[in-house]
Design a protein around this ligand. Structure first.
Ligand code: PEP
Length: 252
């Protein structure tokens, strides 16, 4: 697939305005590293400011509400994200599924709401350690894809999948490159079942303890089109180490 590797930073619940200097440094470096496509998902409170400080990279959100608006105290709609300068939103992150009880149906509704206002989506899937140990990883991920992916005419073009084994997030542990490749091939097959031909073009990111020193290896696994990065995206220095590794694989 001749797409540039897509490297997305998820700042989670980290960052106040003092962190905008990191976003600026990432943006400046991304101007040179054109063989990778770079994006940042800061917390809601920094989306607008990040968009203003970082004009080249994509800026997105970490969640949205499925409704257009209404009596949902504390929630943010997809249209509000767009108005703040977001071009994409991450949905179904395992921390949201665990902390907020989000189901596959919730994730799908959020993704479809986001597509409805013109945002792109990154839909996260991934098994727990117990599920992997029980030999159920592919089955669990297949069910999440079936239940969480947005449907509709333009859905495949605006959707990216992030495979993030729950046990690898923030733990410093990663699956083997072979396991990553096997899961990504299984995801590709499922995407083609769900979306037909268009499923061939959907990008599949790997996420879970990606660091500058393991990025090249993980990005080389079968069907890996980029990375979703948590902890290592919090400083320009470590995030750029990953972007450089991706740019070295990119085709321009
Ligand atoms: C994530 O939260 O999406 C993630 C992959 O985190 P980390 O890189 O810190 O494991």
């Amino acid at each position: 697939m001749a797409q540039r590797p897509y490297i997305v930073g998820n700042w989670k619940m980290h960052g106040t305005r003092s962190m905008l200097s990191e976003a600026r440094a990432i943006d400046r470096a991304a101007e040179r590293l054109i063989k990778a496509e770079v994006a940042l998902a800061p917390p809601f409170t920094l989306i607008h400011a990040t968009r203003k400080e970082a004009g080249l990279i994509a800026v997105g959100a970490q969640d949205c509400h499925p409704a257009d608006g209404g009596a949902h105290t504390g929630d943010i709609s997809a249209a509000m994200l767009k108005d703040a300068g977001a071009s994409f939103v991450i949905v179904g992150h395992s921390e949201r599924r665990a902390d907020h009880g989000e189901t596959d149906a919730d994730v799908k509704a959020k993704a479809e709401a986001a597509l409805g206002v013109g945002l792109s989506v990154i839909v996260c899937v991934g098994e727990t350690e117990a599920q992997r140990d029980a030999g159920q990883a592919e089955e669990v991920v297949a069910a999440q894809l079936e239940g969480s992916l947005p449907r509709g005419e333009h859905a495949p073009e605006k959707t990216t999948v992030a495979y993030e084994p729950v046990w690898a997030i923030g733990t410093g542990r990663t699956p083997t490159v072979e396991d990553v490749g096997a899961m990504h091939r299984a995801i590709r097959a499922r995407l083609e079942q769900i979306y037909g031909e268009a499923g061939k073009q959907v990008r599949i990111l790997y996420g879970g303890s990606v660091k500058p020193d393991n990025a090249a290896e993980l990005l080389a696994a079968d069907e890996v089109g980029g990375a979703l990065v948590g902890g290592a995206s919090l400083t320009a220095e470590s995030f750029l180490g990953i972007i450089v590794a991706a740019a070295e694989r990119g085709e321009a």
